[in-house]
Design a protein around this ligand. Structure first.
Ligand code: NI
Length: 278
């Protein structure tokens, strides 16, 4: 028995004598396999990515990664609603201050960002989206699209869309044309609804927080879309002093897309919308 045992193991001894490092090598491979399996490396990549991607359903259920989830649509039915919207940003100087105020007061708004400014401040745009706000396009370079050809309009719009989508990970669902200027080229090339407004605060003109607040309080109505610009200190201050008073009057703050959804508006591509009355 012992003789046959020696014979049986002789191949192993020969192998060991010729390649003494083989044993260590095999153990190393085994260790990597065990570590890999216990770390979940065998799970298909697609499955993991799907779980990590925030789910966006009609702009209503953006789960914020480290902020509060956006309020549910059913909580807003039958309420007085207003959509605060901010153009021309983001600005490194003022937009973060506005975001702090919105976070503190639990107000969700819509940012129509400029592609070139988004490119310069991607972290601010990411924060806007992460904190539950809607981020849409105000085009790439703030040109007068209404005076441009189809191909020039398409180029500007597509460039902005890809820049913003790259940063937020969300598709562009709305475009706010600069100066509210719309022609057939804009209608043809937008491929999404056009977002206008009904309350113009003229914040760019007055640069005065109390004046902006007066404009809001005197013109606001249920379903209004308020136009402001997050690139002015005075506008940030105007938001700070207006939000509580709007709440006292019974207003709830929703994003542009949420307002449309809650009011059952089926927005069409290339068509402009500025309010959603009950
Ligand atoms: Ni603008």
């Amino acid at each position: 028995m012992s003789g046959s045992g020696k014979e049986r193991y002789s191949w192993y001894k020969r192998l060991n004598a010729r390649w003494p490092w083989l044993k260590i090598g095999l153990m190393f491979v085994l260790l990597i396999l065990v570590a890999g399996i216990s770390n979940g490396w065998w799970i298909p990549r697609a499955g993991l990515n799907e779980e990590r991607t925030p789910k966006v359903i009609a702009g209503l259920t953006v789960e914020a990664a480290d902020g509060p989830p956006r309020a549910k649509r059913e909580n807003y039915v039958g309420k007085k609603l207003v959509a605060l919207t901010f153009d021309d940003g983001p600005s490194g100087a003022t937009t973060p201050k506005l975001l702090d105020i919105l976070k503190e007061k639990q107000v969700f708004v819509t940012f129509f960002v400029l592609g070139k400014n988004a490119e310069a401040n991607p972290e601010i745009v990411k924060r806007e989206a992460r904190e539950g706000h809607e981020v849409e396009s105000h085009t790439m370079y703030h040109q007068k699209l209404g005076k441009m050809t189809d191909s020039a309009v398409a180029k500007d719009i597509n460039e902005a869309n890809s820049v913003i989508t790259e940063i937020t990970g969300n598709e562009i669902n709305l475009i706010r044309p600069p100066y509210g200027m719309i022609n057939q080229a804009v209608r043809n090339q937008a491929k999404v609804p056009l977002a206008l407004w009904t309350v113009d605060t003229l914040d760019w003109q007055s640069r005065n927080a109390s004046a902006v607040k007066r404009e809001i309080m005197s013109s606001v109505f249920d379903g209004a879309v308020v136009l402001m610009h997050d690139i002015y200190e005075s506008t940030v201050e105007a938001v700070r002093i207006s939000v509580d008073e709007l709440r006292e009057e019974g207003y709830e703050f929703v994003t542009f897309s949420d307002l449309a959804k809650i009011r059952d508006a089926e927005m069409q591509n290339g068509v402009a919308y500025g309010s959603f009355r009950p």
